[in-house]
Design a binder for this molecule. Structure first.
Ligand SMILES: Cc1cc2nc3c(=O)[nH]c(=O)nc-3n(C[C@H](O)[C@H](O)[C@H](O)COP(=O)(O)OP(=O)(O)OC[C@H]3O[C@@H](n4cnc5c(N)ncnc54)[C@H](O)[C@@H]3O)c2cc1C
Ligand code: SF4
Length: 527
């Protein structure tokens, strides 16, 4: 698909010098502007808000820290892509250093680099939303109109089984033989060709990233969108003041006359900076109650690799299409995902000759990730804070979640060994070599051996829930309308607000919750 022409209206740095009202003092260029609503962050939540509010006739300005990246920038080079399109260059780590949290830092947010699967959470999830958080009206049968609206913008497709890469198709006979439940995800894409590059940016715009739909539609309704502008602080008041600074892109030559600092005045502020940066921004601005930043959920994942005798070349095909459900009554599930060499090397617990030998087998490897629903009842040992001028992520697996992950790892070992893998690379810090396997192994020792406790190497692509939605201010950071408790005209509209973990990717549910609250907000603002 072609890039939308409306995107030419995005205020990228080369347009700064021509902005009317730009004030210069020495080397400092300051741009001040007043609007009705300022939105911070352009991901799944922020872009939807920009569209709905500009369509309703409000003067909207959206600030995005990342640049406007599109197929003109996307390459197969993984190191380049991580460093350019991802937060902290793809190295966003928890304080204890054993968990990586991946997030996009680009126009469109994580939707520009995500695996584009969509699925509705199972109904039992909403029992807890109701019982614990007093939040109702989100079951699948209650939100069909909202899903239809979203679908009229973002194309949903079930990609053909032919686009399953070898990483996934190699497992199909085993899943059928062992009678293990699996299904294919619906995808937010249109005419996906299975090029396997979703996490590096889709080179043919088949993926329905926000810069392909909601962002151009918001521009059509007059929204102003500034990229490479990082919001530092929000100051409360009848008119709020949002302070932002220019972020230079080290891959681009310097441009003269760019804005150094921006001050935006608006009655209403919407924070959509994602589940790590939204709480970090609110905490450094001194806004919000004690719940802000707490109970961060991650769907923590442990990646397992099977090493085969014949070549797999796992980068081919749709990266994540096949989902394998956990054993009955478990909280884990397994997603196949095609990882690339740099991520592969980061997830290997080995060093020296063992690392070198395993990397040599990259083309012969298949990989999948076991993920767990942490924070089933909304509580986790995860937290975001802002200290010494930096955001901090604290996260500990609960013993129950660790057990679930170990069960999933055992299951994946069984699947890979039945599929003919000769070795398995386990995600344990204390293992020094790949494990030789055969299909007769039971792998029960994975659950029973205490030496594996607290040794898991974890990753997350689904952070959420750090400013929970709740009808009770002692349990959440925002109320039913997503308004920050204790403040007027300040809303959080992103995946931070999801109160419990979902068991599926958070994009669709984030959009549903945000869209529902936007309908109420528009009515309130029009009064
Ligand atoms: C590799 C990967 C694969 C994924 N796969 C799936 C999937 O298959 N299905 C699914 O449902 N979900 C998936 N996700 C998750 C999904 O993309 C996110 O849950 C969703 O995009 C969250 O939306 P959001 O609005 O909360 O934040 P984001 O989409 O992350 O957007 C936040 C934006 O705010 C910007 N920002 C942050 N701080 C500031 C600041 N101070 N000033 C200005 N801007 C700021 C960021 O740069 C970013 O662009 C994946 C994520 C990743 C990283
Ligand atoms: S698999 Fe390829 S074509 Fe399909 S969305 Fe991802 S990058 Fe685009």
């Amino acid at each position: 698909m072609k890039l939308p022409v409306q995107n030419d209206k995005i205020t990228t740095p080369e347009k700064h010098a021509k902005l009317e009202g730009l004030q210069s003092s020495g080397d400092l260029n300051i741009y001040k502007i007043e609007v009705d609503v300022v939105i911070i962050g352009s991901g799944a939540g922020g872009s939807l808000a920009a569209y709905e509010l500009s369509r309703a006739g409000f003067r909207v300005l959206m600030l995005e820290e990342g640049s406007y990246f599109h197929p003109g920038h996307f390459k197969t080079d993984e190191v380049y892509s991580l460093s350019r399109f991802y937060r902290d260059s793809g190295f966003q780590m928890s304080e204890n250093n054993y968990l990586s949290v991946f997030q996009g830092k680009t126009l469109g947010g994580s939707t520009t680099v995500n695996y584009k699967t969509i699925a509705y959470p199972r109904n039992n999830i909403f029992d807890d939303w109701e019982k614990i958080f007093g939040i109702s009206g989100y079951r699948e049968n209650e939100t069909q109109d909202l899903v239809d609206e979203i679908e009229s913008f973002l194309k949903f497709e079930v990609p053909s089984e032919d686009l399953l890469g070898p990483n996934q198709s190699i497992l199909l006979p085993v899943l059928r033989d062992l009678n293990l439940p699996f299904y294919y995800y619906t995808a937010l894409s249109h005419k996906c060709q299975g090029l396997g590059r979703c996490s590096l940016g889709c080179p043919i715009n088949a993926k329905q990233s926000m810069y392909m739909n909601y962002i151009p539609a918001a521009l059509d309704f007059g929204a102003k969108i500034f990229t490479q502008m990082r919001v530092l602080k929000i100051e409360d008041g009848i008119k709020k003041r949002v302070l932002a600074e220019f972020v230079k892109d080290p891959h681009e030559p310097p441009i003269s006359g760019t804005i150094n600092r921006m001050e935006v005045f608006a009655k209403t502020v919407i924070v959509s900076a994602g589940p790590i940066e939204s709480p970090a921004l609110l905490i450094r601005s001194g806004l919000g109650n004690k719940s802000v930043g707490t109970n961060l959920k991650l769907h923590p994942g442990a990646t397992v690799m099977g090493v085969f005798e014949s070549k797999i070349d796992m980068h081919r095909g749709i990266p994540q299409l096949l989902r394998i459900d956990g054993e009955s009554n478990s909280k884990y599930w397994i997603d196949t995902w095609n990882i690339r060499p740099s991520s592969y090397s980061r997830l290997l617990p080995y060093n020296g000759i063992s690392l070198f030998n395993t990397l040599q087998k990259f083309s012969y490897s298949a990989s999948a990730v076991v993920q767990v629903r942490d924070g089933v009842k909304g509580k986790t040992l995860g937290r975001v804070d802002w200290r010494s001028g930096e955001k901090k992520i604290f996260y500990e697996l609960s013993p129950e979640d660790e057990k679930q992950l170990l069960m999933g790892i055992r299951q994946l070992c069984r699947i890979y060994s039945h599929a003919g893998a000769k070795y398995i690379v386990l995600p344990f810090l204390n293992r020094t070599d790949p494990l030789p396997v055969n299909s007769a192994d039971s792998f029960d020792w994975i659950l029973n051996d205490p030496s594996h406790r607290k040794q898991l190497i974890l990753n997350s692509i689904h952070p959420h829930g750090s400013i929970s939605l709740s009808s009770n201010s002692s349990l959440g950071g925002v109320d039913k309308n997503l308004k920050l408790y204790g403040l007027e005209n300040l809303y959080v509209m992103d995946s931070s607000v999801l109160p419990t973990s979902l068991g599926v990717g958070p994009q669709l549910m984030t959009m549903i919750v945000v869209l529902k609250s936007l309908k109420k907000l528009i009515k309130t603002l029009k009064k």
